[in-house]
Design a protein around this ligand. Structure first.
Ligand code: CA
Length: 489
């Protein structure tokens, strides 16, 4: 058994040169070596912004860079054959591929329709401010560039619940189409957060249920991906993905991993969603991301003993995907909440070396973000190696101090030289005694992060004293393991 580690293989400002799928294929071997065994790829289908689209402004989900639509054949990332080759290349290295599924909305319609709609208040979508308005909505999706290949389905206003633009009056608003309700089982931010952007899919409409299932089956058959990353789940009726995932898994006839993006710092909302979905998926641990942000911006006054309190990693680790940052939290993006550089190695130690959930590494942290002159996170590759090789065995937690906290893994027989001790502080330097196991008595341990140069010796009782410099993390591995790490890096 090897630890699973996910990587989000894109950031917002990748160059728009169509080379990303080829980069994925070329890097597959190195990713495997680095300890990555799951890769989340960006939305692969044509967006409204064509070759400039990151992928969340979905136009045609059957166009994986194959048809001359929205100004180009290729997407930002390349053409269909390159995408399929990237998936195969990753899978050949034993890496599972997760496809990004965006079913909440459509954008870049081919034409408009005149519809009757109730305008609702942006800050409380349950409040109608202007009923029965006649508006001109961008809701006709004919896909003329594809000409019916793979599917003849065309989208019309009846497939959507609402939109945010009246082309007739050239006016923005939150318009709910006549005869439609916002989803009832949905996040309650803004009163009702069914509507996010674009033309919002009405997932109660039988034709929509059928088309999203037909498309999913086609996508599974075409790409043979290993799992899904589900976008914006809090904006889609909570029963929808429960049924869609069942349909996909039945069709695939195998395990299909799924992780959902429910963007809320309230862990109870996440747990309610997991309950509704019968725990058939995992969720990104958004509350933990915000704890990292708070800890990183509190001048050493954050209570580190509570860092996992009210997080998914703390309460339901089997369904948690802890992460540090992503394409939405990076500078310049919608949910910007980027974790300051000094705290990043601490945050990564807290998600990568614990025995909890499947952690997700952000592309922008691994490679840096040239667009904003952000450097790769120092020590991240070391942490990944320690996770892959040594973070095994029984776990002991020492979250017993407001500043200096830590944990150990006792190692196991299956992984040579495994076992580790992690100590970190958001404040001044400190030390702590932690238990690593009597079987390790007399062995020396060294800080793989390099902050502490003196080794620490495990006593007859299996305990050792570990040190950490101020505002940093030390990651202790056995001498033999340290030698191996240094030789490899
Ligand atoms: Ca919606």
């Amino acid at each position: 058994m090897k630890n699973h580690t996910m990587m989000q293989y894109f950031e917002w400002y990748l160059p728009e040169n169509g080379l990303h799928w080829r980069r994925c294929a070329a890097q597959a071997g190195r990713l495997e070596e680095a300890g990555i065994d799951m890769v989340w790829l960006p939305p692969a289908y044509k967006g409204a912004a064509g070759a400039k689209s990151v992928g969340y402004d979905v136009y045609d989900m059957y166009d994986l860079g194959e048809f001359d639509q929205k100004g180009s054949i290729r997407t930002k990332y390349g053409i269909r054959d390159e995408y399929l080759a990237a998936v195969r290349g990753l899978q050949q290295q034993g890496i599972q591929v997760l496809a990004d599924i965006v079913l909440n909305h459509r954008m870049g319609a081919d034409g408009t329709e005149v519809v009757v709609a109730d305008e609702t208040l942006s800050t409380d979508r349950n409040q109608e401010i202007s009923p029965d308005r006649t508006i001109t909505a961008w809701t006709r999706f004919d896909f003329p560039g594809r000409g019916g290949k793979y599917s003849g389905f065309q989208w019309r206003a009846r497939h959507f619940s609402g939109t945010d633009w009246d082309e007739g009056a050239k006016r923005k608003g939150i318009f709910r189409f006549d005869g439609k309700n916002w989803e009832r089982k949905i996040d309650n931010e803004n009163g009702n957060y069914d509507y996010l952007m674009g033309a919002d899919l009405d997932t109660d409409q039988p034709e929509v249920v059928k088309e999203t299932a037909d498309w999913g089956k086609w996508y599974l058959d075409t790409v043979q991906m290993d799992g899904f990353r589900l976008d914006a789940v809090k904006h889609i009726g909570f029963d929808f993905y429960r049924e869609w995932l069942k349909t996909m898994r039945t069709h695939a006839g195998r395990e299909v991993f799924a992780v959902g993006e429910y963007w809320s710092r309230d862990v109870n909302k996440l747990r309610y969603y997991l309950d509704t979905l019968e725990r058939s998926l995992s969720l990104f641990d958004v509350p933990l991301h915000f704890h990292f942000l708070e800890a990183a911006t509190s001048n050493g006054n954050y209570d580190m003993s509570r860092i996992y309190e009210n997080t998914l990693t703390g309460l339901d680790p089997a369904h948690a995907v802890p992460f540090v940052d992503n394409h939405d939290t990076q500078p310049g993006q919608a949910l910007v909440s980027f974790i300051p550089a000094w705290f990043k190695p601490l945050a990564y130690a807290l998600i990568l070396l614990r025995d909890a959930g499947i952690p997700c590494v952000f592309y922008g942290d691994f490679y840096g973000i040239p667009h904003d002159r952000i450097a790769p996170v120092p020590g991240l590759k070391t942490l990944l190696r320690v996770r892959k090789l040594y973070a095994y065995g029984k776990e002991n937690l020492y979250f017993d101090d407001p500043s200096v906290v830590g944990f150990t893994r006792e190692g196991d027989a299956e992984h040579p030289d495994s076992g580790t001790a992690v100590l970190l502080t958001d404040s001044v330097a400190g030390s702590k005694r932690m238990y690593v196991g009597k079987q390790h008595a007399g062995k020396n341990m060294m800080d793989a992060m390099g902050g502490i140069s003196e080794s620490s010796t495990v006593g007859e009782d299996g305990w050792a004293e570990f040190r950490v410099e101020g505002g940093s993390v030390s990651v202790w591995v056995f001498e033999k393991a340290a030698e191996k790490l240094y030789i490899e890096l």
